[in-house]
Write a protein that binds this ligand. Structure first.
Ligand SMILES: CC(C)(COP(=O)(O)OP(=O)(O)OC[C@H]1O[C@@H](n2cnc3c(N)ncnc32)[C@H](O)[C@@H]1OP(=O)(O)O)[C@@H](O)C(=O)NCCC(=O)NCCS
Length: 187
């Protein structure tokens, strides 16, 4: 874990937190990055509680990108190349997909993917033993694994899980909005 800490900032790492390689953590301006117990950080992950440089509104002079805490709950699995930005808060037992960028709140026992990361599945639990090292090789259900019972919970907060069609409609709307903005800027 490679850490860069500004004044009055802290990083707390719980018990049994693991990383495979290259995990960058930074915090500044009194903010904190907190990892709960049994967090599994894959590889090439970043936890960035600040943007590195200040950005201001030219009209008011007001800072628009203050540093914020990052709170990773217990038994969270961060997929490879996934990133948490300032203000991220992830509930216990959740999974962040490969290459995702988390910018806000993800409830417990969910899978969240994409940029910005959105919940695609709730009421899930995951287990640590690596699939290529443990028998039996195929696990049709949880009867063949040792369950970490305390993390087998239902997602507590009401969370809207978008269907594929809903996500496609949202993406089409976003593209239309960007096209319209480009068109208006040109004319
Ligand atoms: C998230 C993950 C666990 C799959 O979860 P899942 O519930 O089985 O998801 P599915 O494969 O059914 O995909 C559901 C949707 O999410 C999308 N999706 C899945 N993973 C995604 C990712 N990482 N980023 C963006 N979108 C993703 C799929 O394209 C699919 O979209 P669609 O419905 O529009 O087709 C897996 O894709 C992943 O990212 N694993 C991390 C692997 C890793 O980093 N391992 C490191 C070793 S520790």
């Amino acid at each position: 874990m490679s850490m860069q800490l500004g004044e009055d900032s802290t990083v707390k790492v719980g018990a049994d937190v693991t990383t495979t390689n290259t995990c960058i953590v930074n915090a500044a301006e009194g903010s904190s990055v907190v990892f709960g117990d049994d967090v599994m950080i894959a590889s090439q992950n970043q936890f960035r509680g600040h943007d590195g440089h200040p950005i201001f509104d030219v009209a008011t002079g007001k800072r628009i990108n203050p540093s914020k805490d990052i709170i990773i709950g217990n038994h969270v699995w961060f997929g490879a190349q996934a990133i948490a930005l300032a203000g991220t808060k992830i509930g216990d037992g959740s999974v962040i997909g490969f290459g995702s960028i988390v910018t806000g709140k993800i409830p417990n026992n969910c899978i969240a993917v994409g940029s910005p990361a959105r919940v695609i599945r709730k009421n899930i639990a995951w287990e640590r033993p690596h699939l290529s090292f443990v028998a039996p090789p195929y696990k049709p259900d949880a009867s063949t694994v040792v369950k970490s019972e305390k993390y087998w919970s239902r997602t507590e907060e009401p969370v809207k899980v978008m269907s594929r069609t809903e996500r496609q409609i949202r993406d089409m709307r976003r593209r239309a909005w960007h096209l319209r903005r480009r068109f208006l800027n040109k004319n």
